[in-house]
Design a protein around this ligand. Structure first.
Ligand SMILES: NC(=O)c1ccc[n+]([C@@H]2O[C@H](COP(=O)([O-])OP(=O)(O)OC[C@H]3O[C@@H](n4cnc5c(N)ncnc54)[C@H](O)[C@@H]3O)[C@@H](O)[C@H]2O)c1
Length: 254
């Protein structure tokens, strides 16, 4: 019998109302953690929170825009006021846009970098301040993407923002390793999710995308959740500064 690995831990997940956020929340709750779900979409985050409470764990849904420093600060305060501490932050909030480079607007560029890069910076900084003050040997996990490692046409702003998240994670791992805080990224490939509907619903794109995945099928959110649980638990205690690619081998031959 394998013991739950996150008992006594509190895991804060941004984008908690989305597909990966839901799967990560479920998995961490099954592993024994209490969960904070933060999302811009207050309807979806309430719904996912209500589902996860079925595990018997406590779940706090919070409406938060990760690009807003005041809201992020309030999010961490509320999480700590409710559960006493935050041990794991999962920077998972994200957006995607498939747009040819010459049509990417300035506003769209700013929003892409705002949600992914500024959001990861603000949430990590707020949680790190708490972890350091409370002497918590915590863990930060940020969602990159294979798009941050190899280029994809017509989504250059997404690719660049994801590359920034992966690199930011490495730099933070250096600074906070001596304090016992681990910082890692997870980079999923093409998953069977809404974000990829433009690929999945086009027979030709679907076929060519599938052919690029050696393992032969698209990933599911549970595959990312399993990677989060590993990195967040003591099983990953000697792992920091890495970018864990979860892509069925998609980018091994690029
Ligand atoms: N789905 C994939 O195939 C895939 C692949 C690689 C990386 N990723 C990354 O994984 C993460 C989750 O993706 P997903 O498939 O679950 O997408 P999703 O759209 O289902 O979930 C993303 C969530 O982030 C929330 N969000 C967006 N902007 C926000 C903001 N400013 N503040 C707070 N919340 C905000 C949305 O409301 C949504 O609930 C994203 O960072 C995405 O880029 C996804």
């Amino acid at each position: 019998m394998v013991e739950p690995r996150l008992q006594g831990k509190v895991v804060l997940i941004t984008g908690g109302g989305g597909e990966f956020g839901r799967a990560i929340g479920w998995r961490c709750a099954f592993e024994g953690a209490d969960i904070v779900l933060a999302d811009l979409n207050h309807v979806s985050v309430e719904k996912v929170a209500a589902e996860i409470t079925e595990t018997g764990r406590r779940v706090l849904p919070l409406p938060v825009d990760v690009t807003n420093g005041e809201q992020v600060h309030a999010m961490v305060n509320q999480a700590v006021a409710t559960f006493g501490h935050v041990d794991v932050l999962v920077n998972n909030a994200g957006i995607f846009e498939h747009t040819p480079f010459l049509e990417i607007s300035e506003a769209s560029w700013d929003q892409m970098f705002g949600v992914h890069v500024k959001g990861t910076f603000l949430c990590s900084q707020a949680v790190l301040r708490h972890m350091i003050a409370a002497q918590i040997h915590g863990c930060i996990i940020s969602l990159g993407s294979v798009a941050g490692l190899v280029g994809f046409a017509a989504s250059e702003h997404y690719c660049a923002a994801k590359a920034a998240i992966i690199h930011l994670s490495k730099a933070m791992a250096l600074e906070f390793g001596p304090l016992g805080i681990r910082v890692n990224a997870i980079s999923p490939g093409t998953f069977q999710t809404r974000m990829n509907s433009w690929i999945l619903e086009d027979p030709m794109l679907r076929e060519s995308s599938l052919k690029s995945i050696p393992i032969g099928y698209f990933g599911s959110p549970e595959d990312v959740a399993a990677a989060v649980a590993y990195l967040a638990s003591d099983d990953g205690r000697y792992v920091t500064g890495v970018n864990l690619v979860v892509d069925g081998g998609q980018i091994t031959h690029v």
